[in-house]
Design a protein around this ligand. Sequence first.
Ligand SMILES: O=C(O)CCC(=O)C(=O)O
Length: 281
Amino acid sequence: MLSAQQVVQYHREGYLFPIDCLTPEEVAHYRGRLEAFEAEQGDTFGRLPDLVRSKSHLLFTWMDALVRHPKVLDAVEAVIGPNILLYHLTSWLKEPHDGAFVPWHQDGTYFGLEPAEQITAWIALTDATEEMGCVKLLPGSHAIGQQPHRDAVSPGNLLSRGQTIDRKLDYDNFVTMPLRAGQISLHHTHLVHRSDPNQTNRRRIGIGVSYIPTHCRLVNDARVTAALVRGQDNFGHFDLEPRPTGNFDAGSRAAHAASVNRFFESNQRLVARRASGNVGI
Ligand SMILES: O=C(O)CCC(=O)C(=O)O
């Protein structure tokens, strides 16, 4: 799926885009399913609430299918090898002029994984232009390794802790990563990136999927869940997640709630260990 040159480029720059993956029919299907769910929830939910934004591959059979899309996994496999776990998933929704943004950060900050081989595939279910608030990044910044962040929750900040990198970098020299619906980008767990508000009258929808090779493990003493999406897991560092049997049915809601709670508890434990000096950064 990726050429040898593209893989070299990913390792050198910490990102790669655009990669054509979904057909227009597939984009319409997945966007349609997401918007049908939102409509069903009506005033109760409106936009996807925070918990449904996380790990929704456990809630919906169609999201489970999307994260296993062969073209997405082929691109990921070219970088991290054939045995692939899905560690986390976040739906990034920006409504017209809603002010939602993401500050400069590194994805690995609260993941607590080593080695640092986690890769995020950002799947565009709508166009994501600069005006719509696509991702911006600092090329090559993955090479600086994990940096300290401070939490800065504020209105519109889409990150769960509002975390932002606590270091002066050359923020003027960013690259903009626009995508068309159906394309994906890839970025490294340490790549410094951000995104600005959507200044258009169109929705911007991206599904950020964090994949890891099965040999990755958590550095804290928590045990969390992950989904085996390709190959086999000969390491057993994670409890494997069940695939949803329905859409937002009682069984998948229970499995989802348990996994999400364990994920955020583990993040919390990592923060505490860092505060007590137990983990480097
Ligand atoms: O979608 C966005 O605006 C931010 C995405 C992001 O931070 C990520 O995928 O890690």
